[in-house]
Design a protein around this ligand. Structure first.
Ligand code: HEM
Length: 789
């Protein structure tokens, strides 16, 4: 579909607060689009008069024809026959003209004959099979395309809107999806293919409309021969009706089959499996599979996009709006004891290796979205993947991320984690530019070196707390990425302060804590000052160097790759970042990547140790890589890319470990979801853990089973269905997601190829205040060969 055709769709202009018959409007769009595709004529008087005749022709399809009806022009069918003549005549005229033009040009079409893309269907026909199609064949062909797509696509559009209007939660989710697309594009930019491809919920709505609406309820066939099926014989010549509706609305195939529930299509592979099992055939199948099936989806998607981003028909006065108003209520739940609510119950559950009952009991009682009262506030808790998707995608619009003020103070006001709106977009994309390309050879070589340097410090048969070692690696790596400083006394003293700062994140802050330097939080505030001071000094020096060089950085200014994050910041946006902004920015990266990546490393080793078959398979994968490389060669991107089982281990560690168990948001506006209304200002927790460990989404969900990720497309589908979000999603998607994977992969490589180990004492996983093992996972290491490099 070309851009002009896409734009054409957007051109349906309605009066503000007009009343329209949606089906009529949908038909106008479909008709104009098809005419444009067939003969490249834009909407105008010609298309309008053609459409008037065409409507009569279409009416004829649904009337009862008399024999010799053409002699009785007053019947609908007679009118239709007359109309067909006129429509065919108009098309014939255009085709004739185009044939003449082609003949005048000596058989070629226009002067840009060499171009690949044909401008319309007539051009396609004129060129096809050596130009052997006759005028009449072309007319009939164009007419059949006009007929086939017109009613079907228009009804699909109309039903989608009707079903959405009757299902406010689905409408809300659809609106979110399209508002995000609109936000990313800017006001009047036309939609492109990549936009269409980022409308997963819209596709669910379309599938469900097709399933429930059954626009084509089935197809007729006639037997060409006796057909034997099961114990029956259907004789040659017999008419057969293959009912799609009978299958689509059968509760053997679809739970609550009569209910419009677009979320059912979010389950991974649902569409593919339903088509494969022949229980979803809205476009038929076999040699007569509808050739317009993708076009229809595109048209409806674009139509819905413009409708929901530009019009507020439902919320202003639709019937569902009234219903919503009457039924507006919070998700069900219990707010527990006065003041403390359910905080103590939550904390005591999350301080055990098995906090699931806290979520499970409430989900069983109230459903995936329930209300609780934790950390001093009424909070809506969501273990519902569809609602979580909505929350993540709506960041900065219907919701914003929310941290306690104590944490905000430690992070610094200009931290990436705290900024919002345009400033956040800027910083987030800058971070992605830096962290989102861990394929850079110097970075990989550096990670490799750093991991080995840490391991070299381990005595043969030493006992180490793995979490501490992992933290050293992560800290040193981040410092190197931020300011290019190698591990040494400077980084070590910075780290000592930094650890105090991190402790402060999990302490309970007192007001005026900075006056009480003996509390953990007071210590943290002091430490923040020191860490920020050290970073500020480096940044200042680099700013001075830049100024001395007349605004350029070093003598290799022309190079594309920046050496570190500070260089990236110094150059970004014409060097407009202030010193303080850069300090806060660096601090937030140090904070965000440190604990998370170190815990991921530690948990991966713990889960592998407890699952010997997985450890054996991982060892084999890495032994093979080592064999191919020779003893001391550092790992490269291609090595990282040939660690499929390692990626399964990492996915599964993220899923079972839930290092970030969910994210807090605050509603910027009343949020309507399903039958609930979550009022503006309310706190919401999108629980990833509640989804990752739900056996509806994962078989034996509580078992560490890395092999489950070996199924093809498993990861992609799980991410698509929003049942795998260890790195969040939407505008705040973790920019370090690939870097974390690379670091852990390289760490595991060196660990399993050089060491064997065993736990020295039993260690427990806990999830409050953060996910970690209680004792930092002490292990006894044994070097496999003499030296590690
Ligand atoms: C196992 C490793 C990691 C996990 C599980 C993880 C998880 C997450 C999650 C869930 C978020 C979303 C927060 C929200 O939506 O409110 C996030 C954001 C973030 N992550 Fe990560 N992360 C990891 C590693 C890293 C690394 C290595 C870095 C950088 C060095 C990093 C930097 C960030 C930053 C800067 C944000 C804030 C993004 C924003 O607010 O726009 N993360 N991370």
């Amino acid at each position: 579909m070309d851009a002009a055709a896409l734009l054409l769709l957007a051109a349906a202009v309605w009066e503000p607060s007009a009343t329209v018959r949606l089906l009529d409007e949908a038909k106008k769009i479909t008709f104009n689009l098809t005419v444009k595709q067939l003969v490249s004529i834009e909407p105008g008087p010609w298309t309008e008069s053609l459409r008037r005749e065409y409507v009569k022709l279409i009416d004829g399809f649904f009337s009862i024809p008399f024999p010799l009806a053409y002699l009785l022009p007053f019947t609908t069918y007679g009118q239709a026959l007359k109309a067909r003549k006129k429509v065919a005549g108009a098309l014939r005229e255009v085709i004739k003209k185009r044939m003449e033009e082609k003949a005048e040009n000596g058989g070629s079409i226009g002067d840009d004959e060499g171009k690949k893309e044909k401008k319309d269907m007539v051009e396609e026909l004129l060129e096809a099979e050596g130009g052997s199609f006759s005028e009449e064949e072309m007319v009939d062909f164009c007419l059949s395309l006009l007929v086939a797509g017109y009613e079907t696509t228009s009804v699909l559009m109309t039903l989608a809107v009707k079903f959405l209007t009757e299902t406010p939660a689905a409408l809300a989710e659809l609106k979110e999806e399209h508002a995000n697309i609109r936000d990313m594009k800017g006001e009047n930019q036309p939609l492109e293919w990549s936009d269409y491809k980022s409308m997963p919920f819209t596709q669910c709505v379309i599938n469900e409309t097709l399933r429930v609406g059954n626009i084509i309820s089935g197809v007729f066939r006639r037997a060409n021969t006796d057909i034997h099926y099961k114990d029956y014989t259907i004789p040659k010549g017999c008419k057969i009706f293959a009912s799609f509706r009978g299958v689509h609305l059968n509760s053997e195939h679809y739970e609550n089959a009569r209910t419009f529930n677009p979320w059912r299509w979010q389950i991974s592979d649902k569409l593919q499996n339903a088509v494969g099992a022949n229980i979803f055939t809205p476009f038929g199948g076999g040699p007569r599979l509808c050739p317009g099936y993708e076009l229809a989806r595109v048209v409806v998607s674009i139509f819905l996009h413009h409708l929901v981003t530009r019009f507020r028909w439902l919320l202003l006065g639709g019937p569902a709006a009234g219903r919503l108003g009457k039924r507006a209520r919070m998700p069900p739940g219990s707010t527990g004891l006065p003041l403390i609510g359910e905080t103590l119950r939550l904390i005591s559950a999350y301080k055990t290796p098995y906090p699931e009952p806290f979520i499970d009991e409430r989900v069983a009682r109230h459903g995936g979205v329930f209300t609780t009262h934790v950390f001093g506030e009424r909070t809506v808790f969501s273990a519902d993947p569809a609602f979580n998707r909505l929350l993540l995608a709506a960041e900065g619009r219907a919701v914003h991320s929310s941290y306690p003020s104590s944490i905000a103070t430690l992070l610094g006001a200009r931290s990436l984690l705290l900024t919002r709106g345009a400033a956040h977009k800027r910083l987030h994309s800058l971070t992605l530019t830096r962290l989102g390309r861990p394929a850079s050879p110097p970075l990989l070589a550096h990670i490799d070196r750093l991991v080995l340097a840490t391991m070299r410090q381990w005595e043969p048969s030493a006992t180490v707390r793995l979490l501490d070692e992992a933290k050293k690696i992560t800290f040193n790596l981040t410092v190197k990425q931020l300011v290019s400083i190698e591990p040494g006394p400077w980084t070590e003293s910075l780290r000592r302060e930094y650890v105090k700062l991190i402790d402060g994140f999990f302490s309970i802050p007192f007001p005026l804590a900075y006056l009480l330097p003996f509390t953990t939080y007071g210590q943290a505030l002091k430490a923040r000052k020191k860490v920020a001071g050290a970073l500020r000094e480096v940044i200042k020096k680099r700013m001075e160097e830049k100024a001395e060089n007349g605004g350029s950085i070093g003598d290799d200014e022309g190079k594309k790759e920046k050496k570190d994050m500070v260089e990236e910041l110094l150059e970004a946006e014409g060097g407009s970042f202030s010193e303080e902004e850069m300090v806060d920015f660096c601090l937030s990266l140090l904070v965000a990547g440190y604990e998370t990546t170190s815990v991921l490393m530690t948990l991966a080793v713990k889960f592998l140790t407890e699952t010997p078959a997985a450890l054996a398979e991982l060892k084999e994968e890495h032994a093979n890589i080592r064999d191919m490389k020779g003893e001391n060669q550092p790992l490269e991107w291609s090595d990282y890319k040939s660690m499929p089982f390692t990626q399964c281990v990492i996915n599964e560690t993220l899923r079972v470990g839930n290092i970030i168990s969910g994210v807090f948001r605050r509603a910027n506006t009343d949020i309507h979801y399903k039958d609930y209304t979550i009022p503006k200002g309310c706190k919401i927790f999108a629980s990833f853990r509640g989804v990752h460990l739900n056996s509806e989404h994962y078989e034996n969900a509580r078992t560490f089973n890395p092999w489950r990720w070996q199924i093809s497309d498993k990861l992609q589908n799980a991410v698509g269905a929003n049942i795998f979000t260890p790195f969040g999603g939407g505008p705040r998607l973790c920019p370090g997601y690939e870097l974390a994977r690379v670091v852990v992969s390289i760490f595991l490589h060196h660990l399993v190829t050089r060491f064997s180990w065993e736990e020295t004492e039993e260690d427990k996983l806990v999830f409050f205040p953060t996910t970690r093992t209680l004792k930092g996972y002490p292990i006894n290491l044994r070097l496999l060969s003499e030296s590690i490099c």
